[in-house]
Design a protein around this ligand. Structure first.
Ligand SMILES: [Zn+2]
Length: 309
């Protein structure tokens, strides 16, 4: 296994040299001025720009390499080693890093204030209100709001995330009547299809299966995504290989994650595929992957994610 990994890494490090010279990756944030937010939401077209996809460079600097093959190879290697930095990864502009940090800190303070479970349902407008109401949080600055809007409405394909966007507006609200808290998990699920599927899974797989992540509001997804981006020095490509950007997560509309009781962090690694819970889920046909091992979306393999929608 280690030998295979080394071979893959050696292959890839040679491969990325081919387009090192060609990459000038910028994220431009056009200042939103003091435009009313909803006007901005309607009319602004965007913001994050990137150079063309890597396979185009391969073609231009390495004539003869079949474009589709190199693109697929490149993508699959990145999805497998999702937590590594690649030469064509897109980073947030340096001057946006302080806004990333202060916005993230405010979100963490809000989570502490309203509680973990409630935060998973919190919408954008309520987050702004909480910021204003609690001295311990403090109001979001105009720049922080612009920054969050820039992240939400940017062209995520530019940094490698190719999935759909089920939530179209940053102010999307979760209707409380439509959700139910799942005891002892700190998570909510949508009534109807999601809860029914979860209950069936519990019944058929047994007590060992647990809900590890349920509904995630736009703000919850922001917290997770910005946290990952912060840990990777603003590397949006790396963050989006692990987590859908805000607006793109199907946790916002009904999907959820399961794991094995007592398995902790390993529930979010490929080790989960070795568990009886995973084997039973597969056998019973519950695992219809949103992010398959060789998916086309630029996202790592997520064998714990239950596709409902
Ligand atoms: Zn998931």
């Amino acid at each position: 296994m280690a030998g295979k990994t080394q071979t893959m890494l050696a292959f890839y490090s040679n491969y990325v040299l081919l387009y090192r010279q060609n990459l000038i990756l910028l994220i431009q944030h056009k200042s939103i001025q003091r435009m009313h937010r909803r006007t901005f939401l309607k009319h602004t077209a965007f913001i994050i720009t990137a150079t063309a996809a890597p396979e185009i460079f391969v073609q231009s600097c390495h004539a003869g390499t079949p474009r589709s093959d190199s693109g697929v190879r490149d993508r699959l290697v990145k999805q497998k080693f999702f937590d590594m930095v690649y030469d064509d990864d897109i980073f947030l502009e340096k001057d946006k890093l302080p806004l990333l940090k202060t916005s993230l800190l405010r979100l963490k303070k809000i989570q502490r204030t309203v509680g973990y479970a409630n935060f998973s349902l919190l919408n954008f407008d309520d987050a702004l209100k909480i910021g204003k109401s609690y001295a311990s949080v403090g109001p979001f600055s105009r720049q922080e709001i612009d920054f969050l809007e820039m992240i939400f409405y940017s062209q995520v394909k530019g940094y490698g995330f190719m999935g759909e966007k089920p939530i179209k507006t940053i102010t999307e609200k979760i209707i409380k009547k439509k959700v139910k808290k799942i005891p002892h998990t700190g998570n909510f699920l949508y009534r109807g299809r999601s809860i029914k599927m979860y209950r069936r899974i519990k019944k058929e797989v047994g007590n060992d299966v647990i809900l590890t992540s349920g509904i995630r509001s736009v703000m919850k997804q922001f917290l997770l995504f910005l946290n990952k981006a912060d840990k990777s020095c603003g590397n949006l490509s790396m963050a989006s290989r692990s987590l859908a950007p805000p607006g793109y997560s199907f946790h916002g509309v009904g999907d959820f994650d399961v794991g094995k009781k007592g398995y902790g962090i390993h529930n979010f690694t490929e080790r989960f595929t070795r568990t009886d819970v995973y084997k039973k889920l597969t056998k019973l046909g519950y695992l219809k992957f949103r992010y398959d091992r060789d998916n086309d979306l630029g996202v790592r393999f997520e064998p714990w994610h239950i596709k409902v929608i």
